[in-house]
Design a protein around this ligand. Structure first.
Ligand code: ATP
Length: 358
């Protein structure tokens, strides 16, 4: 365990690093436009990612053997073996840099979940991004953000955005990510549902709904929030991008859109009540987040978000609610306990350092 040296070109003395903790955000898609499935079954996307201040924490520790421990929200439905997305990210990183980078035979991965599982908030991808930045630090691998992004793209389509954070446009499978110009802070209320929705099932339902809407005798009427009846090539919503640049939540709210929403609602019809309640309680906009079933509601400001959260919780239209802000930073190292530096960096604060060399 002798990863000693100066990283980031800034003369930072790492000491002997034995464990590193990274903090990683959830995301909501402000726009999620889904094209027709390609020959490989994947859909071409145009999406606008927005990172939310709802964080998982991933700690990696040099150890004799590999292990994964998961605690917190939904921990019981997260795989603990090599299928865990954080473990897959570590394997992809080792593929990229070679096993010689390891400073011990094994790695203990500990994930503290606050992002609900299979909820459309990309929590698994977030954990993968957290594992990447934490191992990059633990092993002194020194990969740049760009290099980490290339590894991330091999792990999953949302992992690159979880590294980047903020607000960003995603193309392809969502893995080609470019930061977007966005002003201000937005206040959101997340309504967590009782069930989970597996992403592949939601895409399959979207294809079925579109086939039915395109079929003979169909009225072809889209359900609210997305285009159920069309599989036209998706386009970036320029009005939504302009609203983001102006930082005006009242302008942004009505422009939120998600083509997967009709499919998510068809699989979990009670989401219709959740979305209707958000509208009734004065949300500026409300959508199913990604493949669902979490619903995200935009509020005017912090006070409005608190009122909205209380009203939604009281209406019994969801399991629980959380009031969060966005955009949030991407995967960030928050704690590096090293010999001679007990406690490392201040944990859980904004004092984390950005990912990778510039
Ligand atoms: P997607 O990113 O596909 O939209 P999601 O946000 O709806 O997915 P996740 O919480 O990322 O959902 O979980 C998707 C699946 O990945 C779950 O079935 C879960 O068992 C599996 N999984 C693997 N590793 C993790 C992890 N570290 N955290 C959460 N889920 C994980």
């Amino acid at each position: 365990m002798a990863a000693v040296g100066a990283l980031w070109g800034g003369g930072y003395d790492r000491g002997i690093v034995t464990a590193v903790t990274a903090r990683v955000p959830a995301k909501v898609n402000l726009q999620l436009s889904v094209g027709p499935p390609g020959a490989d079954g994947y859909h071409d996307l145009v999406t606008v990612f927005h990172a939310l201040a709802l964080f998982d924490e991933v700690t990696v520790t040099s150890a004799d053997t590999d292990s994964v421990v998961v605690t917190g929200e939904g921990a019981r439905s997260v795989p603990l073996g090599p299928d865990n997305l954080a473990a897959r990210a570590v394997a992809a990183l080792l593929d990229a840099v070679g096993p010689g980078v390891r400073d011990a035979p094994g790695l203990a991965i500990e994930i503290r979940k606050r992002i609900p599982v299979a909820a459309g908030l990309a929590g698994g991808s977030a954990d993968a991004a957290g594992a990447l930045v934490a191992c990059n630090e633990l092993w002194g691998a020194g990969l740049s953000h760009q290099e980490l992004s290339e590894v991330a793209a091999r792990v999953g389509s949302d992992v690159g955005f979880a590294l980047l954070g903020g607000t960003a446009v995603g193309l392809g499978r969502g893995d080609r990510v470019t930061p977007a110009l966005a002003a201000g802070t937005y206040h959101w209320v997340l309504a967590f549902a009782d069930g989970q929705l597996p992403t592949p099932a939601v895409y399959a339902a979207c294809d079925r709904l579109r086939a039915r809407a395109a079929g003979p005798g169909s009225a072809g009427k889209p359900a609210s929030g997305g285009r159920a009846d069309t599989a036209e090539p998706p386009q970036l919503d320029t009005a939504l991008m302009a609203a983001l640049r102006s930082g005006d939540p009242a302008g942004l709210g009505p422009l939120l859109s998600n083509d997967l929403q009709p499919a998510a609602v068809s699989l979990l019809p009670r989401l219709r009540q959740t979305l209707a309640a958000g509208r009734e309680f004065g949300a500026l906009g409300g959508i199913v987040s990604g493949s669902g079933p979490t619903c995200a509601f935009l509020a005017r400001d912090g006070a409005h978000a608190r009122d909205l959260a209380v009203a939604l919780a009281g209406a019994g239209v969801c399991r629980t609610v959380a009031s969060v802000t966005g955009p949030a930073p991407g995967a960030t190292v928050i704690s590096v306990p090293a010999d001679g530096r007990p406690g490392g960096l201040p944990g859980g604060s904004e004092a984390g350092r950005p990912v990778g060399r510039p």
